[in-house]
Design a protein around this ligand. Structure first.
Ligand SMILES: Nc1ncnc2c1ncn2[C@@H]1O[C@H](COP(=O)(O)OP(=O)(O)OP(=O)(O)O)[C@@H](O)[C@H]1O
Ligand SMILES: O=c1[nH]c(=O)c2[nH+]cn([C@@H]3O[C@H](COP(=O)(O)O)[C@@H](O)[C@H]3O)c2[nH]1
Ligand SMILES: NC(=O)CC[C@H](N)C(=O)O
Ligand SMILES: [Mg+2]
Length: 539
């Protein structure tokens, strides 16, 4: 079976734990070159492909510390170009007998790199900086630096405080830079990465979603064989819809999509998703109404983690039952003389690259802030094998893929909606009444955002129902009712987020519609917390 590395030139990024490691991957992909992040402790013997080039990331460690991470020295014998960034440079220098020490002045922020010209003023700058002029602004974040370069390296860039800000080997394609080209604060950094992967490594810029679709469809067909069937949980969210459409293109009706109505979906969501997938996209979708089961298990539960756990587990139960039903129906049909159908062998998951990145850290998992409900839990009990066509993609790549698969724009641009749904937006116990109040308020909020043409400027917007009551006055009478909080955020990757600044007029209209139209609400507030210290969802 053709692996992704056989189909696309691949840059291997060794992650030494920098908070910017994934950005290096992104910058490569923006040049249409496939790049993959792996832990810095990856041993060459365990690598099942040969990269066209290697980039070593930054790191919170210092190379000279006793327990600092180091790359397999075999990489220097692979015969491919290597670029070290910050710690990556220090690591390369350290492994090749240069000297790295704590610097007198740690450098954090902007710096000006001067590109050295070897052989006088008329000589050209190094290939890594070709066409970038004599100097450029970059962003630095380091407390160590080289005090002596390793033998056989020349200086190709320096700053006022770092005499060895950029190095190149005299005869091999090894490079190191002290600054961070992957962050947007280095305005020409993306070009530096481009010089390395395109000119120095000679990668072909083939990584486009157009290329990916054809290759991935062929790969799915090969994996599933002529008869194998696949089931998949589909929510109407971007990831699962794109994955479902791709499966449908690959194997048609042998793919069965299942949407679970867990009783905490948004207003009319089950109906809408059903129509969209069945009618608009031609995908074979079953909507299973399990709302009674979910709501009965959630009864009286206030604890956020408890809610997530109950919903995650119940998803699994419902899903397993549906998988058996599909098999049983096929058996019945066969008894009546229908052609034998293949087994349901595969489970489709909409895993994205950020989920994969989070789980590859060599430092072990970070603190659990909240347990995102996880369909991956299915694995333990089910004999189904996993199929994850989006595993290598970032969200914006998934959206581009969706557009190419002719999934309607409003669906591709849809804000994410968490699996545990409104249960984590109702701050107290979940009841049908509370769900109904929140559904109405949320629907008005989103409708007004769309009317104002702001939906696509906001990464995620939703309403939250608070378990407190406040006093109000309506029609000269006293009211004592619940409070709705509105949330809207802008973010690149949902790891950090900022609250969205609405025009006051829009907030006024939303507030007035919610208090007028939703019985049980007499007050609306707007959440002005960023992440961190808050999170996007309230629970
Ligand atoms: N109501 C549901 N019915 C069936 N599967 C669901 C449901 N809600 C979530 N899932 C499954 O859980 C997975 C993870 O949910 P998640 O919200 O992260 O992704 P998504 O809904 O596909 O996309 P988005 O992030 O845009 O909402 C989905 O891809 C889907 O497989
Ligand atoms: O599928 C999901 N299952 C979950 O349990 C879950 N919890 C949070 N989210 C979504 O993740 C993003 C970041 O949210 P937080 O800042 O609240 O962690 C936001 O987009 C949230 O909506 C979830 N998605
Ligand atoms: N950003 C980095 O890679 C920093 C590397 C090393 N920890 C230093 O302080 O110099
Ligand atoms: Mg979702």
């Amino acid at each position: 079976m053709a692996a992704i590395h056989d189909q696309f030139d691949t840059i291997l990024i060794l992650d030494f734990g920098s908070q910017y490691s994934h950005l290096i991957t992104r910058r490569c992909r923006e040049h249409n070159v496939y790049a993959e992040l792996m832990p810095c402790t990856t041993q060459l013997k365990d690598l099942n492909f040969k990269p066209k080039g290697i980039i070593m990331s930054g790191s919170p460690y210092s190379v000279y510390d006793k327990d600092s991470p180091h790359a397999d020295p075999g990489i220097y014998e692979l015969g491919v170009p290597i670029l070290g960034i910050c710690y990556g440079l220090q690591e390369m220098a350290w492994q090749m007998k240069g000297k790295v020490d704590k610097c007198d002045h740690r450098e954090y922020g902007f710096a000006q790199v001067h590109m050295s010209k070897i052989g006088g003023d008329n000589a050209s700058v190094d290939a890594l900086f070709e066409g970038l002029g004599d100097e450029m602004q970059v962003w630095m974040s380091h407390g160590d630096q080289l005090s002596a370069p390793p033998p056989d390296f020349r200086v190709i860039g320096y700053t006022a405080t770092a005499p060895y800000a950029a190095l190149a080997h005299n005869s091999k394609p090894f490079y190191g830079i002290q600054f961070h080209p992957e962050v947007t604060h280095s305005p020409r950094g993306k070009e530096v990465i481009g010089r390395f992967i395109l000119n120095i490594c000679g990668c072909q810029a083939h990584w486009t979603m157009e290329e990916f679709i054809g290759k991935e469809i062929a790969r799915i067909r090969e994996i599933c064989g002529p008869k194998g069937r696949v089931i998949g949980a589909v929510s109407g969210g971007v990831d699962s819809t794109v994955a479902a459409k791709l499966m449908h293109e690959a194997i048609g009706d042998r793919f069965h999509a299942i949407m679970v109505d867990n009783g905490v979906l948004r207003l009319n969501e089950g109906k809408q998703v059903n129509e969209m997938l069945n009618k608009d996209l031609g995908v074979n979708l079953i909507v299973v109404d399990a709302s009674d089961l979910f709501l009965s298990r959630l009864e009286g539960v206030e604890d956020p983690e408890q809610k997530r756990k109950i919903i995650g587990n119940t998803f699994i139960n419902v899903f397993e039952a549906e998988a058996s039903k599909i098999e049983a129906t096929a058996k019945e049909e066969e008894k009546k003389g229908a052609a034998a159908k293949g087994r349901v062998e595969w489970l489709l998951q909409g895993t994205l690259y950020p989920d994969v990145i989070e789980s590859i850290s060599f430092k072990g998992p970070s603190a659990t802030i909240k347990t995102h409900h996880n369909v991956g839990g299915l694995l333990k009990d089910m004999k189904l094998k996993l199929i994850e066509p989006l595993r290598e993609l970032f969200k914006d790549e998934v959206r581009a893929l969706g557009r190419l698969l002719k999934i309607p724009a409003p669906l591709v641009q849809r804000h994410p909606f968490p699996g545990p749904g409104l249960a984590i937006r109702i701050l107290g116990p979940v009841t049908r009444e509370q769900v109904s109040i929140l559904q109405q308020a949320d629907s008005i909020y989103i409708e007004e955002i769309r009317k104002a043409g702001l939906y696509d400027q906001i990464a995620q917007a939703f309403a939250v129902l608070l378990p407190v009551k406040a006093v109000g006055v309506m029609g000269d009478s006293r009211t004592y009712e619940q409070v709705i909080a509105l949330r809207a955020v802008q973010t690149e990757d949902f790891m950090t987020a900022d609250w969205y600044v609405f025009p006051a007029e829009i907030l006024r209209r939303i507030s007035s519609r919610i208090t007028n139209e939703v019985a049980g609400i007499n007050r609306v507030t707007y959440d002005i917390s960023s992440k961190p210290p808050a999170t996007v969802e309230w629970l």
